[in-house]
Design a protein around this ligand. Structure first.
Ligand SMILES: Nc1ncnc2c1ncn2[C@@H]1O[C@H](COP(=O)(O)OP(=O)(O)OP(=O)(O)O)[C@@H](O)[C@H]1O
Ligand SMILES: [Mg+2]
Length: 262
């Protein structure tokens, strides 16, 4: 049995009179790519916000890496390895692709980057190791040949890849992704999916992926958690869930834009 890296326990949160999350519990296994799916308005993005620390739940708790993090601010969660892509700041257009990765780890603003790398505290060996690591990640994402280009000159798709590469550079224990495939071309969806699998296999990286595209979910996620009306409705493999009457009802009865029937 894999270790549990994240446990969501009976979380409640309301916005005015609306119970966006209404007693939701589930867990994420270390080393797995877990999908969080459900009809529109089920509470998935709200849940990601609660897990990352953007929202404070009214009730319930979040346990990450064996510690109760419910009251911790989001930057402390990020320091502990719970990373959401947009917690990594937007790319610096005036830095190169490689430098964009280096800043993540140096924890410096763009202007201070050069001082940090070339003048100060870090020894040459440390710097070389960091550059080697960054190059390795860029290679994984097919961005190595662009490493000396300014990030501002990348295409939209390449920026999406860079965003993920930068998140990987932060060495997350768990990466939260809320619809990373939304608004990208089918070819890039295919590539992003392959990259996630590669990161999972090569680095043992754990993901919780909110995704509407069930083909992607079927291809890359070993376990699926279904949310509906603010609750955990079911969990299992997508194949199991496709024959679960409660799941079919939640999707077909809710007027969702997606269908579980394969
Ligand atoms: N900041 C907010 N203020 C008020 N209501 C909100 C807020 N955020 C979300 N909601 C409401 O909470 C419910 C859950 O929304 P949420 O965005 O979490 O759903 P979702 O599962 O991510 O949906 P989708 O698949 O469309 O992205 C919805 O009814 C939504 O309108
Ligand atoms: Mg959402």
């Amino acid at each position: 049995m894999a270790r549990t890296i994240l446990e969501v326990k009976d979380v409640h949160i309301h916005f005015g009179g609306l119970k966006a999350i209404d007693g939701c519990s589930f867990h994420v296994e270390e080393g797995a790519i877990t999908a969080l799916i459900g009809p529109n308005g089920a509470g998935k993005s709200t849940m990601v916000n609660v897990i990352s620390g953007t929202y404070q739940p009214d009730e319930g708790s979040i346990v990450f890496d064996d510690a109760d993090i419910t009251k911790l601010p989001n930057y402390v969660r990020a320091q502990r390895g719970l990373i959401r892509t947009f917690q990594i700041s937007r790319e610096f257009a005036n830095l190169t692709v490689l430098e964009n990765l280096l800043v993540v780890r140096l924890g410096q603003s763009g202007e201070k980057l050069f001082n940090a790398i070339f003048k100060a505290k870090k020894s040459r060996e440390e710097t070389n190791a960091l550059v080697a690591e960054a190059n390795d990640i860029l290679n994984t994402f097919g961005l190595y040949r662009l490493r000396n280009d300014y990030a501002g000159n990348l295409s939209g798709g390449q920026k999406r890849l860079l965003e993920l590469a930068r998140a990987v550079m932060a060495k997350p224990k768990l990466m939260l992704l809320d619809e990373p495939m939304a608004g990208v071309t089918p070819a890039l969806i295919e590539r992003l999916g392959e990259h996630l699998v590669e990161l999972n296999r090569s680095y043992g990286m754990t993901f919780l992926l909110v995704e509407h595209n069930l083909e992607v979910v079927e291809k890359i996620c070993s376990r699926v958690v279904v949310m509906a009306t603010g609750k955990q409705l079911a969990e299992g493999t997508l194949a199991e869930l496709r024959s679960n009457p409660a799941v079919i009802e939640a999707y077909l009865g809710g007027g969702a834009r997606e269908r579980v029937g394969g």
